[in-house]
Every structure is written in structure tokens, then in C-alpha cells.
Ligand binder design. Sequence first.
Ligand code: PLP
Length: 423
Amino acid sequence: MTLSEKDSQYLWHPYTQHKTSQTPIVISRGEGALLWDENNKVYIDAIASWWVNPFGHSNKFIADSIYKQLTTLEHVLFGGFTHEPAIKVAEKLMEILPKNQEKIFFSDNGSTAVEVAIKVALQYFFNKNEKRTTIIAFENAFHGDTFAAMAASGISFYTQAFQGMFIDVVRIPVPVKGKEQISFDALKNAIQNHNCAGFIFEPLVQGAAGMVMYEPEALAKLIRICKENQVLTIADEVMTGFGKTGKTFAMDYVSEEADMICLSKALTGGTIPMAITTFTKDIFDAFFDDDINKALFHGHTFTANPTGCAAALASIDLLQTSEMQQNIKRINASHLDFQKKIENHSKVITARTLGVIFAVEIKSNSEESYYGSMRTKLYNFFIQNGVILRPVGNIVYILPPYIITDEQLQKVYKTIEEAIEMV
Ligand SMILES: *Cc1c(COP(=O)(O)O)cnc(C)c1O
């Protein structure tokens, strides 16, 4: 049997309707921004393998750090024990996170980072004997696939089978240009009419919604409204963190600080699943008590895995090199040039750029659904041309590894231009 045949015999893939989808491509190796399949066809990974890989595939510096850690201490339970790699990650994050963040909690992926944040928001008020049980979230948000994260997510594809089984969530419009006041008013309404514990948001860019962007001033205003009403704020930086927006965190653009921040994806440079939720001292203090019932009874077996910590430390080191910072600026400038070039194309509705993130919305005759026919056509065209891009409906976005070369980037742009002509 071929690998593909064995795959279809045994494996169940994410976000996949196995009856109608094509067989997955077998990838056998990766280097830099490139991936090779089993037939040695090469692909440019223009979405950094779901936004996790800023420094390139099979990065030697991160691999060496992981190997060294694996042969020193691969894992130890984090209940009752601690270790230097975890402490170093915490110290490092304290240097780069917004100043109000003082405590970090480890978990395994973006969804669990969000799950922890939402549980903490709810228990914070439980510990203070206040009845606040509703979470506020944006329309079309994506916060992950576990239950609380899914409850906060607004994309129906992911959540429709589970409606009616969720924690209480009220949804408000995203303050995109021209809709700011509607969003502010909706937030005030939500707070007035529900017992709101927390507001969770993807700062400045809603990734899974199709790289929907909004301004820092609007987010600052929403956070201020929450603060005036003691509603905790949760910045889900799982996608935006570690340089994607041009600054280390999207929250670095925003004049107000969030109470909690969720991190994952690029945290380990796309090598080892790991996530972190960070907190203010005020939040930690609401759990700090003689009463054991006020503790946070949440944990995962692999909490603070030392190997993951080693990967995170190496990744943050790489992010901070001037070379990587230059790469981010270079990609941003290049995106802006490309945006200028195509935004007035007759088949383009709009194009937008922030940091290394670029998105273009293509005109279509019908309402394009998330996994609709235009999406399939575009996706197949990109794959045929050796470029990995996963359009969201009629929106094509690029989120490349920071080490992508100019030549590779130009090939991605050219392929997108051809695709726009084709559809
Ligand atoms: C990907 C993502 C998540 C979920 O992360 P997983 O590791 O897939 O569980 C949560 N929030 C945002 C903003 C994301 O982009």
C-alpha cells in the first residue's frame, strides 16, 4: 500500500469531509519556507503551516535546543515540581509582554490557552462571590475547538452541531472602519443586560474570519468600557503573537492593556505543541487564599513540558535577532507594494496588510461560503502551482514564515494574480 492508501485506511483529518475531499498530500521534508512531497514536488508554505512557523521548517537552532533538552530532562510533572526551562520562559516573556502581565500558566494548544482564560474569568467572580457568568465575544471570532473556546467562537461551520450546549456568550460586532460606534454601543448593551465576566477578542486581526482587521484605537475604547464595568479582558494572541502584526504582540499597538493574554502557535517556532495564558497580579490574587477551593483546578499532563520550553526559548531568541526583525519589515514593505498593485484590479473588492499578514477579497457572483466552490477552485490552483494557501471563501491571505525569500514571495504574489484572473 502507498502512504496515501494507508492514510485513507487509518486517519481522520481535521476540518475534513472525507467523502468529498481529495486525498491529502504526503509531505516528506521541509526546509526554510519550502516543503517537499513524496514525489519531490516543492511547495512554498505561504501560510506558515497554519501560522505556527516563523523561522522556517527544520530550523537547526531550535532543533539543537530541543535535542539538548531532550537528553538532559525531557519531562517532569509540573505539580509540586518545577524546572529552569519553565522559569526562563516566564522571565523572558516578562521582558516582552505588556507590563501589567505578571503570572504565566502553561497548557498545550491555543484552545486550551483560551479555555484556561475563560475558566479563570468565570472563577475570578465565583471566588469573589459575584454572579457573573456571561462571556462577551466578537461576531465571526475564532478561539479554538474545545467547548468554552468553541462557545466564544462565532463561525457557524465549527459550532453549529453544538448550539444550546454552551456557556452563555453574547456577541458584538467587530469595530471595523465605519462600525466602531455600533460595536461600542453593543458592548455597553451587553454589559447592561447580562452578568458579564469577561470579553475575549482577537486583537486587531481576526485570523480564521479571513484576516479581518480593525484599529487599535477602537480596541482601546472597548477595553476602557470593560474596565469601567470590571469586566475582565482577554486578548487571544494565539495567531497574532510573536511578530505577525509587525510588533511582538498586537496588544503593543493598543494604548489599553488586557487582563489576560493567550499565546500558542508561533510560541515554539512551530515545533512542539505548547501554549501559555498570562495574567495580571490582580487576577492571580483572586485565587490566592487559605481556602483550597479558590485555587485554579486546571492542569494538563504535559504542563510546561521542558522540551517545549526549550523550543520556546530558542524561538524567542530568534525572533529578537535584528535579522528576523528586518525580515518582518521587508515582508511588510513587500506586501504593501503588492497591495497597491492589485487593490484597484476590477476583480478585487479590497486588500489589506498588517505586519506580515496580507489579505485580498476577490469579487464573486454569489455569496461565497467558508468552504464554497470558489475556495476549492482557488485552493486547487495554488496547490497545482506549488504554493500552499488556504483561502477563506473568497478571501486569499498570506502569512509566510519570516525567512521567506523575496523570490519566493514574488512567486506567491504572481500565483495569486494568476488565480484572480482565473476565477
Ligand atoms: C488557532 C487559534 C486558536 C486555537 O488554537 P489551537 O492550537 O488550534 O487549539 C485559538 N485562537 C486563535 C486566535 C487562533 O488563531
